[in-house]
Design a protein around this ligand. Structure first.
Ligand SMILES: C[S@@+](CC[C@H](N)C(=O)[O-])C[C@H]1O[C@@H](n2cnc3c(N)ncnc32)[C@H](O)[C@@H]1O
Length: 287
């Protein structure tokens, strides 16, 4: 199933007719059945989410959810929603959408946590657009958890349907334009470019979220990135959606604290001043 890249240093995505090949519903409706049973990364991710939620009632969106196996690992206080090109068993909280052709959106819903595990390797040239869409779905104070394969692994393997293959530094730089990256660490370390299969190796690595210098970059199979939205980006999203002005004001003050606006804005709960509005309508530094 995996095509080894061997010594070839060029990270080449799956191409046909000179362009990036995107696999559609007919391919994924069979392929994503391979993710029906919770695997190591998913169990580690669920553990992190349950810890993050600390019993609070939260709304979560699983982007590229596949057969929604994550749902069964989450505590009951987390309201699960999933979106995928091939939904296996339709349900009101699952949406079937081709996210290369349409935005990441679940009606008008906003979320406290958005997760995208094993999804960004398939988005071809739409990576930045998907980050922007996800950043607008997050509630203030929300968290985006995303994974990406470590293509710097010593024994790199490139699964043939990938359409978005790059080194981790490039992925991180693109992500950082849309989110504040709070933490990033390997999902697991392994001599081969796969999740360790031995039970004891999994048990040892399950609670570990360490970056080991030198070893990590060559033995990490993939990475977790735990992100918060940039305040400025969210303020713009809120303004575009014409939300209540007092909500916008809260975000402006947050953005100011983060040093993303140079104006000293007099934000008050009574509304947005004309000066602030001009700041909000100005383009951010993010593309
Ligand atoms: C490697 S699987 C990961 C599934 C699950 N997140 C997991 O970690 O087990 C990739 C998922 O992305 C979905 N996917 C791929 N391309 C997509 C697209 N254009 N739009 C929506 N979903 C897509 C596939 O259907 C599949 O469920």
């Amino acid at each position: 199933m995996n095509d080894s890249a061997g010594d070839n240093d060029t990270l080449t995505p799956d191409r046909s007719d000179g362009g990036v090949k995107y696999h559609k519903r007919d391919f994924w409706s069979e392929e994503n059945l391979k993710f029906s049973r919770p695997h190591f990364r998913m169990r580690k991710c669920a553990r992190m989410i349950n810890k993050l939620a600390r019993g609070r009632e939260l709304d979560l969106l699983d982007v590229g959810c596949g057969p929604a196996a994550l749902r069964n690992l989450l505590d009951s206080n987390i309201n699960y929603h999933g979106i995928d090109i091939a939904i296996q068993e339709p349900a009101p909280n699952l949406l079937e959408v081709d996210l290369v052709a349409a935005p990441v959106k679940f009606g008008d819903k906003q979320f406290d946590i958005v997760v995208a595990q094993g999804f960004f390797e398939y988005v071809g040239e739409f990576q930045a657009r998907k980050f922007a869409e996800i950043s607008e779905l997050l509630r203030p104070g929300g968290t985006f958890i995303v994974t990406y394969i470590n293509f710097g692994h010593r024994n790199r393997e490139i699964y043939w349907p990938y359409s978005n293959v790059q080194q981790l530094q490039e992925f991180r730089a693109s992500l950082a334009r849309y989110f504040q990256i709070d933490r990033s660490f390997p999902v697991a370390h392994n001599w081969n470019h796969s999740t360790p299969q031995k039970k004891w190796l999994q048990a040892v690595q399950m609670p570990v979220d360490l970056n080991i210098p030198v070893v990590g970059p060559v033995l990490a199979s993939e990475y977790f990135f735990i992100c918060s939205p940039h305040a400025a980006q969210q303020a713009q999203g809120l303004a575009r959606r014409s939300v209540r002005t007092d909500q916008v004001t809260v975000w402006i003050s947050l953005a100011r604290r983060c040093g993303e606006f140079t104006v000293s804005a007099a934000a008050s709960s009574s509304g947005v001043t004309p000066r602030l509005l001009s700041v909000l309508s100005a383009p951010t530094s993010t593309p």
